[in-house]
Ligand binder design. Structure first.
Ligand SMILES: [Zn+2]
Length: 180
């Protein structure tokens, strides 16, 4: 992981506090500035994925309108804002992406992912929530998605899902079918 050219230890060159170039990595996920003693740690960023089923038991997928992975399938969701709960982030992201309200959120599972954006690896922990809505027929694709599509979890082509966390969430849905 540390060998990849997009890993933070191979991207960050200057102290974000004082601008010093004397800002060495002190491990695979930490830096310390030798001029101002600023410590910086690389942690996973939290994100949410929302699992919404229609009346036929098909799961809602979105098609990405932005890089990375433009044009590929995804689950609706996104990064959690600072000081937001996972549930709040799920409700906000669905409102922003699809224009509908969701409720009755239940935690399902979490999987890690590496999200490479502008030449930089963002390590995420993607939290999947099951949710309910009465708004599936009022959805509009907005924000960073171009359309939405429904597939039974076992029917979706996992090759169309670029992120390892989304593949793993779908696999877990298939394994636990009938128990959630
Ligand atoms: Zn510094």
């Amino acid at each position: 992981m540390v060998n990849s050219k997009t890993h933070p230890v191979n991207v960050f060159k200057y102290c974000p506090r004082c601008g010093s170039a004397n800002f060495p990595a002190t491990g695979s996920r930490s830096f310390k500035c030798n001029d101002c003693s600023f410590n910086y740690y690389i942690n996973a960023s939290a994100a949410v994925a929302v699992l919404l089923f229609n009346e036929k038991g098909e799961l809602l997928f979105t098609r990405r309108a932005i890089e990375p992975h433009f044009g590929q399938l995804d689950l609706p969701g996104g990064f959690i804002d600072p000081m937001e709960t996972g549930e709040q982030a799920a409700i906000r992201e669905i409102q922003e992406e699809l224009g509908i309200q969701i409720h009755s959120l239940r935690y399902f599972c979490s999987y890690p992912n590496e999200y490479v954006f502008s030449g930089f690896s963002v390590y995420t922990l993607d939290l999947a929530f099951l949710a309910q809505t009465e708004g599936l027929h009022q959805m509009t694709a907005m924000d960073d998605i171009s359309s939405f599509e429904f597939y039974k979890p076992q029917d979706v082509n996992l090759e169309e899902l670029p992120s390892i966390s989304m593949k793993n969430i779908i696999k877990e849905l298939i394994q636990r079918e009938g128990t959630y």
